[in-house]
Ligand binder design. Structure first.
Ligand SMILES: [Zn+2]
Length: 336
């Protein structure tokens, strides 16, 4: 079976003599894009047929609820270490457009990767110029007593949909219960902003208390709270706390960032299936959203590979449930 990608071809692509690699470049595709097996021309359109890839099922709308953009620099992205060489490059709007074309993604939510207001403004600027970016989850100095003023200044930025702090990297596992931080989170009330909870599984117990303290603020649990995924050992402590936090009605969850939590070198759909089953059961498609965590997912999978994995995991769902998982939950929660 083959899948196809249709792109508008420059007129001179019709001339013979192009190699497949040069055709890809002419059409704005990276040379490493899926292998071509044949090229056909229709009027003004070049049809590229790929092999080795199952066609992606048609879904009315496809929203990727979690990705990042950055201009790489060693200083600003210190968390990218030598094991993560693939991330040491720029991932900006052209690369995102390529991902959208490859996977048939209609829209994205861009999420902060640095803890600076400058990055928040940069993401908002990129979103204003690129319709694929439907919203931004930015960073704000939540623990600053004057965060209300910062929020007032950002009130005129309609593409700011949420706020996130990298709680997972805080040395104190009780950070999420801190007084100043919680005062800041409480300021999100009534501002149409979501709080994205980024934690490791060990931080779930404190996070349950945190979510309980803000029952009227919509929150999203990133990356199913990062269980420790190993082929031969299921993370039971994660399941226990994850099912507990899922009972909070103001909380929804992203099925994203899962492959990067796999400790084994290799993974298959069966490696992540037990975690999918728990996440689906605990949150249901009405409160679960697809996300890629691109480009971080590249450490373990191309964007399209992860999308295809989730589509296969979700194959048993009804059309309405798929629509919730792949678009409607994200659109509703983030007000996209
Ligand atoms: Zn991420």
């Amino acid at each position: 079976m083959s899948s196809s990608l249709t792109v508008v071809a420059p007129a001179d692509c019709r001339r013979s003599g192009h190699t497949l690699a040069s055709l890809k470049l002419k059409c704005g595709l990276q040379p490493h894009t899926l292998p071509l097996i044949s090229v056909r021309y229709t009027t003004g359109v070049l049809l590229l047929l790929h092999r080795k890839h199952q066609p992606l099922p048609t879904i009315a709308m496809l929203i990727d609820s979690h990705h990042h953009l950055w201009k790489y620099s060693r200083d600003q992205y210190g968390w990218i270490d030598d094991q993560m060489a693939v991330l040491k490059q720029d991932f900006l709007v052209p690369e995102l457009q390529q991902v959208a074309a490859d996977g048939g993604i209609d829209g994205f939510v861009a999420v902060q990767a640095q803890q600076t207001l400058e990055e928040t403004h940069t993401l908002l600027k990129m979103a204003a110029g690129e319709p694929l970016i439907r919203g931004v989850v930015g960073w704000l100095p939540l623990a600053d007593p004057k965060v209300g003023d910062t929020l007032d200044r950002l009130a005129s930025a309609p593409l700011l949909k949420g706020v996130r702090h990298v709680v997972q990297d805080e040395p104190d596992d009780q950070f999420i219960l801190g007084k100043d931080f919680n005062h800041g989170v409480a300021q999100l009330e009534g501002r149409n902003l979501v709080y994205d909870v980024l934690i490791f599984a060990r931080q779930l117990p404190a996070s349950i208390e945190f979510v309980d303290s803000h029952p009227t603020i919509p929150m999203v649990l990133d990356h199913i709270a990062k269980p420790t995924i190993q082929v031969d050992q299921f993370d039971q402590a994660w399941e226990q706390h994850f099912r507990e936090i899922a009972k909070r009605e103001n909380l929804t969850c992203k099925f994203s960032g899962v492959v990067t939590e796999v400790r084994d070198e290799q993974w298959t759909i069966d490696t992540v299936r037990p975690y999918w089953e728990v996440a689906l059961d605990a949150f249901t498609p009405k409160r679960l959203m697809f996300g890629s965590d691109w480009p971080v997912c590249l450490l373990k999978s191309p964007h399209r590979g992860w999308l295809q994995t989730v589509q296969q995991l979700a194959a048993e769902l009804s059309a309405d449930e798929k629509a919730d998982l792949f678009a409607n939950t994200a659109a509703r929660v983030y007000n996209l």
